[in-house]
Design a protein. Sequence first.
Length: 243
Amino acid sequence: MAKREKPKAELPDKIPQHIAIIMDGNGRWAQARGLPRLAGHRAGTENLRRIIEACVEFGVKYLTIYAFSTENWGRPEDEVSGLMGIFDEVFERELAELHKQGARLQHIGRLDEVRPSLQEKVRNGMETTKNNDRLVLNVAFNYGGRDEIVQAIRAIMSEGTKPEDVDEEVVSQHLYTAGIPDPDLVIRTSGEQRISNFLIWQAAYAEWVFPQTFWPDFGRDELLAAIQEFGRRERRYGLVLEN
Ligand code: FPP
């Protein structure tokens, strides 16, 4: 493949600091090829590597991906166990590459509910990469946005915080994403247009784009197009902007 030019000229002035992605369409990608759904998840995993590379190239600082939701346990058993197998492999196999890219792995969600061997791999990945600062890769794994808010409320109450002292900042600091800026841009691939319990607090003022492409085919150029679309949007945060 011909070496690509650096895209500086194609990048808008405004780059999203934090991109979050709902990696949808793996199953349909596989189905369209007469393959089992898991083949789609494998292709989606391969694609993730390209997107991480592209984020580093474009100067995006935080990438949050929705790998497995608290609701996904309800999928057929063979799909769930297949996905766990993929996570097992990926958290081990891709770690060196992630480290080489200067990316730091973080996890959001309920890690204590996944099998211990997998917890161990995720924790090891976070420990190994903790000093990297080119990109934070935030993996939402066994994650649910409502569950996250419930956990935050419990933590705030158990600390004995007075109701009048609870504000948005206090809630934000008790979410799994404490310390991470809110996403500027959320991408859901495959044409579906739903939030699906993803970052429901944090994405309150995010720009959303819904490309038609299935996740395994959503490559560098598609990401660039989403960033360009972001660059054309005017964020108002509920205000009226003066000309
Ligand atoms: C949604 O597609 C995709 C998932 C539920 C799994 C996404 C996981 C990966 C790509 C693996 C990432 C790996 C790591 C370690 C982070 P879908 O199955 O809902 O597709 P469909 O809507 O076409 O059925």
